[in-house]
Write a protein that binds this ligand. Structure first.
Ligand code: THU
Length: 158
């Protein structure tokens, strides 16, 4: 038997130490939480995608009475970016979430389905997407989506 270890590097930073472009992206993700449609969970998530031309595409979670028909903020934002600007690669995504008590102290962790979808985009454009996960106590910066989904299923298997 052999053991394999997978190392994931996460930078833990505070808001002030981020570059201005990332601070702006985080602010936009936070703003999105106030216009999300989450009447069932009261859990409001916002996402902001930075494209390589500097444009920012935003989204937020959209729930549904038939719960599987809703969609997470990350996919709303990234699918919109990919569908409307297919020739412009996304270079970063910021994600923020709040519940009834306000923004979460710990960085929000994207769900598995979102990680898989974001990875598809990273692979599609063959370029890393920096992920910023916002929390009031600290912010996680991850250099590429693939680090969020070790042993991912991808087109290589098809
Ligand atoms: N949600 C997101 O928008 N992104 C995530 O990464 C995790 C969960 C949404 C889905 C649902 O509307 C609510 O948060 C509670 O799960």
């Amino acid at each position: 038997m052999t053991d394999k270890q997978i190392l994931i590097n996460i930078k833990v930073v505070d808001f002030q130490s981020l570059d201005e472009i990332y601070r702006d992206l985080v602010e936009k993700a936070k703003l999105q939480t106030s216009i999300s449609y989450a009447p069932y969970s009261q859990f409001n998530v916002g996402a902001a995608v930075l494209l390589e031309n500097g444009q920012v595409v935003c989204g937020n979670n959209q729930e549904n009475a038939a719960s599987p028909s809703g969609l997470c903020a990350e996919r709303v934002a990234m699918f919109y970016a990919n569908s409307q600007y297919p020739d412009v690669k996304p270079v970063a995504i910021a994600i923020a979430a709040k519940n009834k008590d306000g923004f979460l102290p710990n960085p929000i962790s994207p769900c598995g389905g979102c990680r898989q979808s974001l990875l598809e985009t990273e692979n599609r454009y063959k370029s890393p997407i920096v992920t910023l996960l916002y929390g009031t106590k600290e912010i996680f910066v991850i250099d590429r989506i693939s680090h969020l989904l070790p042993l991912a299923f991808s087109q290589e298997y098809l």
